[in-house]
Design a protein around this ligand. Structure first.
Ligand SMILES: Cc1cc2nc3c(=O)[nH]c(=O)nc-3n(C[C@H](O)[C@H](O)[C@H](O)COP(=O)(O)O)c2cc1C
Length: 145
């Protein structure tokens, strides 16, 4: 099974913490969405998308790169967010399923957030993702294989 995770982690590197640990412990290719204009999805059996959340959705570049995943591919989602109270992968997941992809599931956790006025109070979720949240992402990944 060849796996790639395309990630975008521009706010504080929170989501990158999750995918870096997955990649340290597993054979998986990582692609930084901010450094590419396309991904050769054909050569992978499973494709993961990992992102911070902005305005309730995965970041724009990752959403745009996800638009060219071929039909029939297995996909999964990982995210970190300021307020972990819903599944923020729903939008991107619905779009991919609409094009014939099969979702294996999603993992989300909290991430350090200093957006807007939160900056004035030093941000929220300092220290997150923490060790157990990172372990949770690795366990989620292993459960997919
Ligand atoms: C412009 C912007 C908008 C955000 N919007 C949301 C949001 O709608 N919901 C939420 O839970 N977190 C939101 N956040 C917080 C980030 O999702 C959170 O800090 C995340 O862990 C950042 O991940 P990253 O460091 O991998 O980019 C927002 C952050 C930024 C910078």
């Amino acid at each position: 099974m060849k796996v790639v995770i395309v990630f975008e982690s521009t706010h504080h590197g929170n989501t990158k913490k999750l995918v870096d640990d997955i990649a340290t412990k597993n054979e998986v290719d990582l692609v930084d969405a901010t450094e590419v204009n396309s991904v050769n999805y054909e050569s992978y059996d499973i494709i993961g998308f990992a992102s911070g959340v902005a305005f309730g959705k995965f970041y724009k570049k990752i959403t745009s790169l996800a638009q060219s995943v071929p039909s029939g591919k297995k996909v999964f989602f990982i995210y970190s967010c300021g307020k972990n109270n819903k599944d923020f992968s729903q939008n991107i997941c619905t779009a991919l399923e609409g094009r014939g992809c099969v979702s294996l599931g999603s993992y989300g956790c909290s991430g350090y957030d200093t957006y807007g006025p939160l900056k004035l109070v030093g941000g929220i979720n300092k220290g997150h993702p923490d060790e157990s949240e990172v372990r949770g992402a690795v366990d989620f990944y292993i459960s997919l294989l």
